[in-house]
Write a new protein. Structure first.
Ligand SMILES: C[S@@+](CC[C@H](N)C(=O)[O-])C[C@H]1O[C@@H](n2cnc3c(N)ncnc32)[C@H](O)[C@@H]1O
Ligand code: SF4
Length: 395
C-alpha cells in the first residue's frame, strides 16, 4: 500500500555496523572569545602557549577509551572543529591524524574537515594541512564587512576573510565551506547581499548561511546589540537564498547550501541520525549498541580534560536515549533536511517501527507539513518554516 496506507513492518534489529560512524574532534581554544558565541571555546591567555602535544595525547587516550567501549567500525568522516583548530600547527595535526590512522580503519573516501578562522594561519599552513590529508576546510568568515566584523568582536577584517578563501584555493582545496552569518547588528539588506555576492564570487563548494542568534551565556545576550527588525531579516534571508540558488548552491538543510556533490558528509550523518564518536573537551557522541543508543560526553573545561587524560581518569558521562525519545530526536535532525529521509533510515536508526509513528505522520500529512513520496518523508516548505510545529507532533 502507498502513502499512509503502507504497512511496512520493518523491525528494528540493532545492526550497528550498518550505521555510518563519524568522528568529531573538539579543539577548545580561540585567539579571543567572540561576544555571540556559546560554543565550548576559550580565549587564549596572552603569553600562555597552546598545549598542543598534551592535548593531542589526551585526544588519542580519549579515542582508545571510546573504542574500548563501543568496538571498532570504519570511520566515514572526521570533523576537527572548535574553537579554532587552525591555531594548531601542521605538526600537531599530523600527529593527530597518524594517531587516528594507527587506531582505526578509515573509509577510502573519508571526508576530513578542519575548521579554520581567517587571521590564524598563513598559506604554508593550509598547504601543509592539505598534504596531510585534510580534504575539506570550513572557514569562519561571518561577514566580509570590516565594520560588521568589528561589532562581532572578530579578530579578522574583510581583507583577511577574502584572503583566507583565496589561499584555500591556492593550497589545493577544491572542497571548502564558508560560514556566513546574517541579521548582524545594524546590517542593511544591501550589506547582507554584498556578503553573499562576495562569498559566491570566491567559489567555495559549500556555504553555511546562519541567522545570528543571541544565545544565553554570551555577552550579546546580556548586552544585546541592535539587530535588524524581523521584516528586514526575513527579506535578507529570502534574497540571500535567491542569490545562492542563482549561483548554483542548492539548499539541502536549513542553513546549508552546496554545489552538486559537495554536501558535507559529516553533517549529513548527524542529520540522518548516524553514529558519531566525540573526543576532546566537552565533546559528545552517539553510538548505537545492542544495549541501545548511548550518548557519551567528556568534561568541558580544557584544563580538567587535560588533567583527567594525563591521570588516566578521563570521565565519560553516559546516558541511554530512551526508546520513547528516539523518534523525536531522529525527527529533530532529519526534518532539517530539505529532501527529508527514507523510512528505511528511520527504522534502521531508531527502535521505532513505521506502524508506531503512522498516526503522527498522518497528522503531519493532514496539516500539510510533510509529503510522503513512496518511502520518502519530506518536509513541505511550510513544514520547514514552522519546524517547531512539525516537531511538536512527534513529542
Ligand atoms: C563552531 S562555530 C565557530 C567556528 C570558528 N571558530 C569561527 O569562529 O568561525 C561554527 C559557526 O557557527 C556559527 N555561529 C556561531 N555562533 C552563532 C550564533 N550565535 N548565531 C548564529 N551562528 C553562529 C558561525 O557562523 C560559526 O562560523
Ligand atoms: S565564534 Fe569561533 S572564534 Fe569566536 S569564540 Fe566561537 S569558536 Fe571561537
Amino acid at each position: 500500500m502507498n502513502k499512509l496506507g503502507q504497512t511496512l513492518t520493518v523491525k528494528q534489529d540493532v545492526a550497528a555496523d550498518a550505521i555510518p560512524l563519524s568522528l568529531y574532534i573538539h579543539i577548545p581554544w580561540c585567539l579571543k572569545k567572540c561576544p555571540y558565541c556559546d560554543f565550548n571555546s576559550h580565549g587564549l591567555k596572552s603569553g600562555n602557549p597552546l598545549p598542543e602535544d598534551a592535548y593531542i595525547n589526551a585526544l588519542l587516550t580519549d579515542l582508545d577509551l571510546e573504542f574500548q567501549q563501543s568496538g571498532q567500525r570504519p570511520i566515514h568522516s572526521i570533523f576537527i572543529g572548535g574553537g579554532t583548530p587552525s591555531l594548531f600547527s601542521a605538526h600537531a595535526i599530523a600527529d593527530l591524524l597518524s594517531g587516528i590512522q594507527a587506531r582505526c580503519k578509515l573509509k577510502s573516501d573519508v571526508e576530513i574537515t578542519l575548521e579554520a578562522n581567517p587571521g590564524t594561519f598563513e598559506q604554508a599552513r593550509f598547504s601543509d594541512y592539505r598534504a596531510l590529508g585534510i580534504n575539506r576546510l570550513s572557514i569562519g568568515i561571518q561577514s566580509f564587512n570590516s565594520d560588521a566584523l568589528k561589532q562581532l568582536g572578530r579578530v579578522h577584517d574583510g581583507h583577511d576573510a577574502i584572503h583566507a578563501a583565496e589561499i584555500a584555493h591556492r593550497a589545493g582545496f577544491d572542497n571548502f565551506n564558508l560560514d556566513l552569518m546574517f541579521g548582524l547588528p545594524g546590517q542593511s539588506l544591501q550589506q547582507a547581499k554584498a556578503d553573499v555576492k562576495t562569498a559566491v564570487r570566491l567559489g567555495p563548494a559549500h556555504i553555511s548561511y546562519y541567522q545570528l542568534t543571541l544565545e544565553p551565556n554570551t555577552l550579546f545576550y546580556v548586552q544585546p546589540p541592535i539587530l535588524p527588525d524581523d521584516d528586514t531579516i526575513w527579506t535578507i534571508q529570502e534574497q540571500g537564498q535567491a542569490l545562492l540558488a542563482e549561483a548554483g548552491y542548492q539548499q539541502y538543510e536549513i542553513s546549508a547550501y552546496a554545489q552538486p556533490e559537495k554536501k558535507c558528509q559529516h553533517n549529513l550523518n548527524y542529520w540522518l541520525f548516524g553514529d558519531y564518536i566525540g573526543i576532546g573537551a566537552g565533546a559528545h557522541g552517539k553510538v548505537t549498541t545492542p544495549d541501545g543508543i548511548i550518548r557519551r560526553s567528556k568534561v568541558r573545561h580544557p584544563n580538567d580534560y587535560l588533567r583527567q587524560a594525563a591521570d588516566d581518569t578521563l570521565i565519560q558521562t553516559e546516558s541511554v536515549i530512551p526508546r520513547e525519545s528516539q523518534c523525536l530526536e531522529f525527527m529533530m535532525n532529519a526534518l532539517r533536511l530539505t529532501k527529508g529521509f527514507t523510512t528505511e533510515t528511520l527504522t534502521q536508526r531508531t527502535q521505532m517501527t513505521l506502524e508506531a509513528i503512522q498516526p503522527r505522520l498522518k497528522t503531519a500529512l493532514n496539516q500539510e507539513l510533510i509529503n510522503i513520496d513512496g518511502k520518502k518523508i519530506v518536509p513541505t516548505r511550510t513544514g520547514s518554516l514552522f519546524l517547531n510545529d512539525l516537531l511538536s507532533i512527534f513529542m
